[in-house]
Each structure stands twice: as C-alpha cells, then as structure tokens.
Design a binder for this molecule. Structure first.
Ligand code: 13P
Length: 238
C-alpha cells in the first residue's frame, strides 16, 4: 500500500473544496492511500467533504503545546478536532523559512502523536550539501534529531533542490537515500519521496525500492495530475 500525499502549501480557498470533491468522486485507487494536506483554514471544510470516503485530510504544521499563549500557532489537538488524521512536520520550507531545528521538529512530531495524528517528518539535503557529498550525513543527523521516540510516523525524503524546481534525483540517488533511511527506521515505516513529483516521472520514482509513496506539491492542486500520480504507484488499480 503506497501513501500519496498532497501538500497544498499556501494555496487554496474555500472554493478549492472542489479538488477534494473530485478526488472523492473518482473513487478509490486500489492499493493506494490518498491524503490531502491543505492550509489550516481548510482542514475542517475538506474533512467534511471527504468524510466517509477513501480520502484522508491532514495539515502542514503544528505547535508542540496542546494549547496556550502562542498567537498564530495551531495545536495538533486542534487539527485532530478539525478532522485531520496526519500532519506534516519539519518541511524544509519551515526548517529554512522559520528556522526550525531538529529538536523542535521532534517536539512537533511527538505532539502530533499525543493528539492521535500520524506525523509525516520531512528530511532532505540542500544542493550545497549534496554537492559537498554530505547527503547521507545530513539525512542521518535529521533522522537522529527529529523523529519521535516511539509510536507511528511516516518519513518523507525531500531533497531541497528538487522542490518546485522540476529537477529530481536519479532513481539510483533516490534508491541510495531510501535504503539508508529505511535501514534506520522500525520495519514497515513508510518513507515517501517528495520533490517535483509529476505524472510523467511518478512511475519511475515510486518503483524505487524502499519508496513507500510520494509527497506531492504543485501537482496535487490538479485532481487529474494527483490521481495520475496515485495510479502510477506499483500495484495501483485505478
Ligand atoms: P513540488 O512537488 O511542488 O516540487 O513540492 C514538493 C514538496 O515540497 C512537497 O512537500
């Protein structure tokens, strides 16, 4: 079973419920779990639209605390209350844009579990780190520092230089990192690949050993593209 996740990032208005309605109407893709992570403003609305269907709804970030004086932040418990089942934590756009450390990402992942959500913990090297031959050491440090101690979680490997650029690692490069990551995780932990996943390259990327699904940005905003990516998962029957 592969997990195909749409990360809408800072895109989507109330009218975007039509995207989830289209995914629901299209029916399940056998062998594939679909998850859509909209901005927090849309979680409750989309969860309502997807209720009882094969589409799950998640969020993009949470605060470590269950409540408190944290203006502008959102607790994992609030996301669960709104109908989310998963939450992305430690995306590079937050690690870099909001100076999030491994320790903070771990606290957020643990908070997600406390609230009954499955955290999707993102890791991945920058272009400079890859060019310096540091990919595996960066990924090892991020794994050691940002995973929750126990419980269920998902890891997403997203090379920073592949996000929104149309550039992707070769299948060999993906295979190297995914095998390295999988060897450091409890058996059965899904490891998603993310970074410029499109209908045209999804089949090749999803067939790489130890790739358990995809974290999709831009292409997740178009139901046809998102469904084509899901249908490209090994074993998928659309
Ligand atoms: P793109 O698919 O737009 O490259 O984004 C990837 C990503 O960051 C998903 O979390």
């Amino acid at each position: 079973m592969q997990l195909i996740v749409g990360n809408w990032k800072m895109h989507g208005r109330l009218a975007s419920v039509a995207i989830v309605e289209a995914l629901v109407r299209a029916g399940p893709v056998e062998g594939v779990e679909l998850l859509v992570c909209p901005p927090a403003t849309l979680v409750a609305r989309l969860a309502e639209a997807a209720r009882g269907s094969h589409v799950a709804i998640g969020a993009q970030d949470c605060h470590p605390a269950p409540e408190g004086p944290f203006t502008g932040d959102i607790a994992a418990e609030m996301l669960a209350d709104a109908g989310a089942t998963h939450v992305i934590v430690g995306h590079s756009e937050r690690r870099i844009g909001h100076a999030e450390t491994d320790a903070l990402v771990r606290d957020k992942a643990s908070a997600a579990q406390r609230a009954g959500l499955v955290p999707i913990v993102c890791i991945g090297e920058t272009l400079a780190e890859r060019e310096a031959g540091e990919t595996l050491s960066v990924v090892a440090r991020q794994l050691a520092g940002s995973l929750p101690e126990t419980g269920r979680f998902v890891v997403a490997y997203e090379p920073v230089w592949a996000i929104g650029t149309g550039r992707t690692p070769t299948p060999e490069q993906v295979a190297e990192v995914h095998a390295f990551v999988a060897a450091r995780l409890p058996e059965g932990t899904p490891v998603l690949y993310g970074g410029s996943v499109k209908p045209e390259n999804a089949r090749g990327l999803l067939a790489v050993p130890h790739v358990g699904g995809a974290l999709v940005g831009g292409a997740s905003l178009t139901p046809r593209d998102f469904l084509a990516i899901a249908a490209a998962a090994p074993g998928a029957i659309a």
